[in-house]
Design a protein around this ligand. Structure first.
Ligand SMILES: NC(=O)C1=CN([C@@H]2O[C@H](COP(=O)(O)OP(=O)(O)OC[C@H]3O[C@@H](n4cnc5c(N)ncnc54)[C@H](OP(=O)(O)O)[C@@H]3O)[C@@H](O)[C@H]2O)C=CC1
Ligand SMILES: O=C(O)CCC(=O)C(=O)O
Length: 434
């Protein structure tokens, strides 16, 4: 993992510092600043798990609801050894902004458990997932807070959580969580929606810049759910994916990599570099790809650098190494505000997380509607609704950036914050907790 000098407290300070310019430009009332200075609710829970060897281990988890002005809190659950309260708080803050940017009737929430899920057996992972939902059950609900997947939480994990909530509620309550397996009320198209939405944002931008996919090379940091589907669909559209990385290393092929072949191996827990330093047990890429450092991937001379792993990856210490002509943020918060400013000085556009990765939460919203109405749609309908919303909101953000002469990120924040601020003011002056 590239070293970063930052802590999660810095992360929250950095994230909230971006609001100052937005508040000034929108001339928001002091009530808005005051309301958004801290999360509406932060819950810390212990998550006891009986391990396969009989030992009891207690993990720490959190659920944070940053703001619920525009609707119930919405946002994923992260299983990661480095997760802590400030990281979850920051992620829930970004959820509030992003839901507002694309006009969803949601506030922002996020959850996490400090655990390395790769060290758990399948049964231990199931017990952990169920225990976490038991611990936060009092604060979630279809009209209150609706969790979803994030790093290391896939449809299988979400399915166990949904099942556990049903047992607690003694009722089928699919709308309490999204990203479920289709068999348990999940939406067709949700698994690939984050990557699909990000590609759409890239395509809209490329059209505006009069650039053709066939002429554009892409390097991608991270090769999980969001990145794989992005890479697969981007290749179909004509882009060339020259490099990929995961938590263990990176690989490069200037002529282009095949995301599908590589993903088959990733789903067997094979790391990317094992495909280059290979034997007969894997699809061997030794003749077509080379192993490179994760930091080297961030410095490749490509048209688009896609950040699809974790936050804080491009910061003041490595931003000068970036040679890509544009950055697409699929991860939440992968570029710090100082790095953002340095990139802006060099005219390197950043397609920001709060717009570029909204495909996931948009299809989560479509899943929630389907669960609540009992009317389930085919995949083409889901994809079309996703396309229409991204196109409408991305066009607005790009137009606003042009009109105001600001970065795409500032334009997206202006769009989202205007909606949140209007909601806060409409609620009146003396409302209590949600
Ligand atoms: N899933 C969703 O719907 C959404 C996700 N996002 C964001 O997208 C990002 C990725 O999420 P998702 O794909 O779901 O998560 P996954 O857990 O599926 O994948 C995460 C990927 O990041 C890799 N990774 C971790 N650390 C590094 C590193 N230092 N360098 C390179 N790669 C690294 C992991 O490697 P390894 O394979 O070795 O574990 C893995 O390939 C996150 O920031 C998430 O918040 C945003 C919106 C929606
Ligand atoms: O699908 C969702 O509700 C949210 C996914 C998520 O955590 C995110 O967009 O960062």
């Amino acid at each position: 993992m590239p070293s970063t000098p930052h802590t999660s407290t810095d992360l929250f300070d950095d994230a909230s510092s971006r609001l100052e310019e937005i508040f000034k430009r929108l001339a928001v009332d002091d009530d808005v600043r005051e309301r958004l200075a801290q999360p509406a609710l932060s819950l810390q829970v212990s998550v006891p798990v009986r391990m396969d060897n009989g030992e009891l281990r207690v993990f720490t988890g959190w659920r944070v609801q940053y703001d619920t002005t525009l609707g119930p809190a919405k946002g994923g659950i992260r299983f990661h050894p480095d997760v802590d309260l400030m990281e979850v708080t920051t992620l829930s803050f970004w959820m509030a902004i992003k839901c507002a940017v694309v006009g969803l009737p949601y506030g922002g929430g996020k959850g996490g458990v400090q655990v390395d899920p790769k060290k758990l057996s399948r049964l231990e992972l199931e017990r952990l997932s169920r225990a976490y939902i038991r611990a936060i059950a009092d604060v979630i609900g279809p009209d209150r807070d609706i969790p979803a997947p994030d790093v290391n939480t896939n449809p299988t994990v979400i399915g166990w959580m949904s099942d556990e909530y049903d047992a607690i509620a003694r009722a089928k309550t699919p709308a309490v969580i999204t990203g479920k397996p289709v068999e348990l009320g999940g939406s067709l198209g949700r698994v690939e929606s984050t990557g699909r939405g990000a590609l759409q944002v890239l395509n809209i931008w490329a059209r505006r810049m009069e650039r053709k996919p066939e002429d554009l090379t892409i390097a991608i940091q991270g090769f999980g759910n969001a990145a794989y589907h992005f890479a697969r669909l981007a290749k179909e559209d004509g882009y060339t994916i020259v490099a990929l990385s995961d938590s263990k290393g990176a690989i490069l092929n200037r002529k282009g990599l095949d995301p599908d072949r590589i993903w088959k191996e990733k789903t067997r827990n094979i790391n990317l570099q094992e495909l280059v330093y290979c034997d007969d047990s894997v699809t061997c890429l030794a003749d077509e790809a080379e192993a490179i450092d994760q930091e080297a991937l961030l410095a490749l001379d490509v048209d688009v650098l896609v950040l699809a792993a974790l936050e804080d990856q491009i910061h003041e210490d490595n931003v000068d190494d970036v040679r890509a002509s544009a950055i697409l943020e699929i991860a939440n918060g992968p570029v710090t505000s100082k790095a953002d400013a340095a990139l802006a000085k060099r005219d390197v556009p950043v397609l920001p997380d709060v717009l570029a990765n909204t495909g996931g939460v948009i299809v989560s919203y479509l899943e929630w509607i389907q669960n609540r109405t009992g009317d389930y749609w085919d995949e083409a309908t889901v994809n079309e609704r996703l396309r229409a919303r991204i196109e409408q909101e991305a066009d607005r953000v790009f137009a606003l950036a042009n009109e105001e002469g600001v970065s795409y990120r500032t334009a997206a924040y202006l769009q989202g914050m205007k909606r949140i601020a209007a909601g806060i003011m409409r609620r009146g002056h003396d409302h209590g907790p949600d």
